[in-house]
Write a protein that binds this ligand. Structure first.
Ligand code: HSE
Length: 403
């Protein structure tokens, strides 16, 4: 079995490493030798043990009938989409770790795969090394999934954990995350929550079997979260986490990505650093949680390689796991879900009385900074809470509380 890797960066080189180090095990699990024949990249890697496999032209892969499986680890949308499409049209099975590609073009690529009798898999696109797609697609199929709540972005979880542990401010932590290779040079997709939105869209597509357009998901990132907010959370035995949530409502799902305060009895509370965890509630199983390395070269490569093995075993009769149709799922309105909020307000601009008048059900908390009041509201729908907060002067912060 000959394979090719497109993109020899962090994950692509991890795939080569896993296949080399676990060569014997992979051979046993596939039932035959599995060799990397080509690695597509524009760069040269003169010191690399696989340097003789580097090609710069996709045609080398497309035109070689010996190559049956192609790994896409280039990232980005273009030319990843065009390259994957061409591989599938040539009858080659593909696995990708690229969540942007899966969220934007997953349904189209699945159709092309079917038409060409090729396989298409994407386990590593959500949760890195955590096999969450398989869990939802094959293990929990007797359950109606009532909720998925995930910490699915390692970069932001690392940043929030560092802010909590060391009291370091957002900008310094971001620079540190960039230096350590967690955050990209342009960190927008991570810190603004778009990466998490793509991932929850993929997970919800799998459980609903319909396409979820991530552009329809209300997204709030962590750029507005300060060390002070985290200090308040700590004092209340809570943590602030960027949560990607899908909750079953009215026969559909309501989706949201936002920073939430979560209590210390929530299983997601202890998920720290660059780790990911996905909490899943099934109507039969009840609560379950899947935890592990959500990013990084080798953990992500582990999931990609499991896909390679699955594709290799069914190379002549591909199975269509991770499949959803092209009908867009009509999402339930998340703004209708009632939620409690943690609020901070500036007492030079408002008084406790004014806050109490606006939120008669508010539970006030001990203030840890001068000239501030803080409280937890009752449960409100989005429109109602925004309306009240707009009328209250001096609001510094509002953060959702996860029940
Ligand atoms: N930027 C992503 C994260 C990489 O931090 O989780 C893995 O998808």
């Amino acid at each position: 079995m000959k394979i090719a890797i497109m993109g020899y960066g962090t994950i692509g080189s991890g795939v080569a490493k896993v296949l080399t180090e676990n060569h014997k095990l992979v051979k046993k699990n596939v039932g035959e030798e599995l060799d990397i024949k080509y690695i597509l990249d524009l760069r040269d890697f003169p010191e690399d043990p696989h340097r003789d496999k580097i090609v710069n032209d996709i045609d080398a892969i497309i035109n070689d009938p010996e190559v049956r499986i192609v790994v896409e680890t280039m990232g980005g949308l273009h030319p990843a989409f065009e390259f994957v499409k061409r591989c599938l049209e040539a009858g080659k099975s593909v696995t990708t770790s690229n969540k942007a590609l899966v969220a934007d073009y997953g349904v189209e690529l699945q159709e092309i795969a079917r038409k060409n009798h090729a396989g298409f898999m994407c386990e590593a696109s959500v949760g890195g090394g955590i096999p969450i797609l398989r869990v939802l697609d094959t293990c929990l199929t007797a359950d109606l999934i009532e909720e998925i709540s995930g910490i699915v972005n390692g970069t932001t979880n690392y940043m929030l954990t560092e802010m909590e542990k060391n009291g370091t401010d957002f900008e310094t932590v971001l620079k540190d995350a960039q230096n350590k290779g967690y955050a990209e040079k342009d960190p927008t997709a991570d810190i603004e929550g778009f990466d998490a939105a793509r991932k929850i869209a993929i997970l919800t597509s799998i459980v609903s079997h319909h396409n979820v357009d991530f552009n329809e998901i209300p997204v709030e990132g962590i750029t507005g979260i300060s060390v002070r907010d985290i200090g308040y959370a700590k004092k209340m035995n809570m943590a602030i986490k960027l949560i990607a949530n899908a909750t079953r409502e009215n026969g559909s799902y309501s989706l949201r990505v936002a920073p939430y305060m979560i209590k210390n009895d929530n299983p997601l509370y202890s998920v720290n650093g660059a780790f990911n965890a996905i909490f899943v509630k099934g109507n039969m199983l009840g609560d379950s949680m899947y935890y592990g390395s959500g990013a990084g070269s080798i953990p992500t490569a582990s999931a990609v390689c499991a896909d390679i093995i699955a594709l290799a075993k069914k190379i002549d009769e591909p199975e269509y796991e991770f499949y959803w149709d092209s009908n867009n799922l009509k999402l339930a309105d998340p703004g209708k879900t009632k939620c409690r909020f943690f609020v901070r307000a500036d007492t030079t601009k408002t008084t406790k009385n004014e806050a109490e008048n606006m939120f008669p059900d508010a539970e006030f908390r001990e203030s840890i900074y001068d000239n501030e009041i803080s409280f937890i509201t009752g449960k409100y729908q989005d429109e109602e809470i925004l309306n009240r907060l707009n009328r209250l002067k001096g609001v510094i912060q509002k953060i959702r509380i996860k029940e």
